[in-house]
Structure formats: C-alpha cells, structure tokens
Ligand binder design. Structure first.
Ligand SMILES: Nc1nc2c(ncn2[C@@H]2O[C@H](COP(=O)(O)OP(=O)(O)OP(=O)(O)O)[C@@H](O)[C@H]2O)c(=O)[nH]1
Ligand SMILES: [Mg+2]
Length: 319
C-alpha cells in the first residue's frame, strides 16, 4: 500500500486499485478540513458516472443482510460494487457495525467489492457532506454501482437515504411497521419497498398497508409508483426481483428526466450547505475577541440592544 499521505498520490494509487489508498482517502473525507476538500477537488471532475442505491429502514430490519445478498447477486453477473454503511454513531445502531462486518465478511477478499463504514466523528454537517463526497470518490476511481446503507431513524439519516438515485425502503412484516416508516419520513423517499423477513407472517397485511399509504399519498398520475417486493435476506429469496425493481426505477428515472432533476437538486442543496457551513464558521470566528466582549457586556447590562450590537459586529462584512 502507498506510504504517502499526499491526496494526489493516494488518488493515483486508488485509481490503480490500491484499496489501502482508497481507505485513507475516505478517512480524509470523513475527517473533513482542507485535506478532505483536496480529495473532493480531485474526485469531482472525474465523477458523474456512478449510480447510487440507498437502502434504509428501521434498525434491525435487515439492511446489511440484504446488502450482502445484493452484492452476491451483482457479483454473479460480474458487476463491481462499493458499499458505504453510514454509521450515525447514534444510540440506535450501537454495536451494529461489528455485526455488519461479520456478515459482509463473505465478500471481504473479493477485489470486485469494496465495503466501508463511515462515521461522523461528531463534526457539524459531517455525514451529510461527507457521504456525497465519499460517493464521488468511489465513482471517480471507477466504482459505478454504489450502495449506501443508512438506518432510517433521524432527520439527517433519512435525508442522506433520500439522496440516492434509487432509494429502497426496507420494512418488516407485522402490524405497524409501515406506519412507523411513514412517521419517520421514509414513505416520501421510497422508490422501491422491500418487505424483508418475508419468512415471517404478516406480509400480506404489510403489503396492504403500504398500498393504502401509496393510494393516500398524492403521487402525480403518471409518476412512478414504488413496487413492493418481499424478500428473505438470509436466504437471498427475492433478491433478483428486488434488483429488477431497482433497475426498473432507474430506467424510469433516466427516461422521465427524474434522474437529471434529482441530481440537479442535490447539487444545489450541497452547494447551499457548503456555503451555509462556511458562513457559520465565519460567524464563529467573528464572535470572539475584544470587540465581541465589549458588545456582549453592553447587551448583558441592557445598555445596548442585540440588534444594534449585531449590526456593529457585522459592520465589516456584508450580511
Ligand atoms: N427471519 C429473518 N431474519 C432476517 C432476515 N434478514 C435479516 N434477518 C436477521 O435480522 C437481524 C438484523 O439484520 P441486519 O441485516 O443486521 O439488519 P440491519 O437493518 O442492517 O440492522 P442495523 O444496521 O443495526 O440497523 C439479523 O439477525 C439477521 O440475520 C430475513 O429475511 N428473515
Ligand atoms: Mg446494518
């Protein structure tokens, strides 16, 4: 593995198939900061080829098991695949990553498969900016099928899941699971529904619930209606059908203009987020020092109102 920490050299090595170099580039992205941005600048002009598939659903619904089964399916047709397992370091998924590693171990020595979990490290805007950056890096080094697993709990995670080209929402049979998915905001982002653990009872009821929710949602008449596919992740039953549903959505997205539209929207949202983060950073720098102390003293002692104080603080910059 390349011994350098220079993003340029690591990038060249990763393009030549050096997995250690790729892992280090992903760590730079994860850590954020200038080295991470350098990786982003290298990857950006070379990306734009990959197709991303998001897999999301409640904790324990079987996302990793399905991911592993999908990898097996794709490898049987010789497609190369990369997987990002987003670990929001939330209480919901504590300890799950080890399980993921064990399950995905089947593919660990296959050069056609690259699996990586990503964590926030707790910095602001972390995952929502790092995830698309990581996807572009994988794209730029030639991984054209990218699966992103996120737990469908929490606003940031659901947002990340919804940023895929095709989003698969995983539910389990049983009363109320689809209602929970609806509450978590997963209905709006679903392009394909999977009822995983279809070896258990309640599949028909869950399908009915989902159909009903789709009927109630105001999908435009000619729009895509998410298909509902039963699967058993542990035996890979239904995986070819699930993959066919993903490909059908992809064909629809490409021909209808939805794909171009979504990607345009994502590009705008990402840029907006970068600008917002920069301004927030700038504000943090601004709100320190002697002038800041004087003004805050004035506000605290009611000799100055906060609006005037803010105007004074921002006097030097346009805001
Ligand atoms: N009976 C049954 N069990 C399944 C099926 N798919 C997955 N499981 C089991 O469900 C448990 C959770 O599966 P995971 O794949 O780790 O679920 P996950 O959604 O990735 O979980 P988190 O990442 O923790 O949110 C494991 O014990 C799996 O073996 C299935 O189709 N049927
Ligand atoms: Mg998992």
């Amino acid at each position: 593995m390349a011994r350098t920490s220079d993003p340029n050299e690591l990038f060249t090595a990763a393009q030549d198939g050096d997995r250690g170099a790729l892992a280090r580039l992903l760590s730079l992205i994860e850590a954020g900061g200038e080295p991470g941005r350098r990786v982003g600048r290298l990857a950006y002009p070379r990306s734009g080829q990959a197709y991303t598939i998001g897999l999301t659903g409640a904790p324990g619904s079987g996302k990793s098991t399905l991911t592993s089964a999908v990898i097996g399916h794709l490898r049987s047709t010789d497609l190369e695949v990369a997987v990002l397992a987003i670990d929001p370091s939330s209480p919901f998924t504590g300890g799950a990553i080890l399980g993921d590693r064990v399950r995905m171990q089947d593919h660990a020595t296959d050069p056609g498969v690259f699996i990586r979990s990503m964590a926030t490290r707790g910095h602001l805007g972390g995952l929502s900016l790092a995830t698309p950056e990581a996807v572009r890096l994988l794209d730029a080094i030639g991984r054209h099928w990218i699966l992103v697993e996120t737990v469908g709990v929490g606003q940031v995670e659901v947002e990340i899941a919804g940023k895929a080209d095709t989003t698969v929402v995983v539910v389990n049979p049983g009363w109320g699971d689809s209602v929970q998915a609806n509450k978590a905001g997963l209905m709006e982002i679903a392009d394909v529904f999977v009822i995983n653990k279809a070896d258990r009872k309640g599949v028909d009821e869950t399908r009915r619930d989902l159909e009903q929710m789709l009927d109630l949602s105001d999908l435009p008449h000619d729009a895509w209606r998410p298909p509902i596919v039963p699967t058993v992740g542990t035996t890979a039953d239904g995986i070819p059908e699930m993959w066919d549903a993903v490909l059908a959505h992809r064909a629809y997205a490409q021909s209808s203009g939805q794909l171009v539209e979504r990607r345009g929207y994502r590009a705008r949202e990402e840029l907006r987020e970068i600008v917002t983060n920069r301004l927030r950073e700038r504000a943090r720098e601004l709100c320190t020092g002697e002038r800041w102390d004087q003004l805050t003293d004035g506000v605290a002692s009611h000799t100055l109102d906060p609006w005037t104080a803010a105007d004074e603080m921002l006097g030097g910059i346009d805001a």
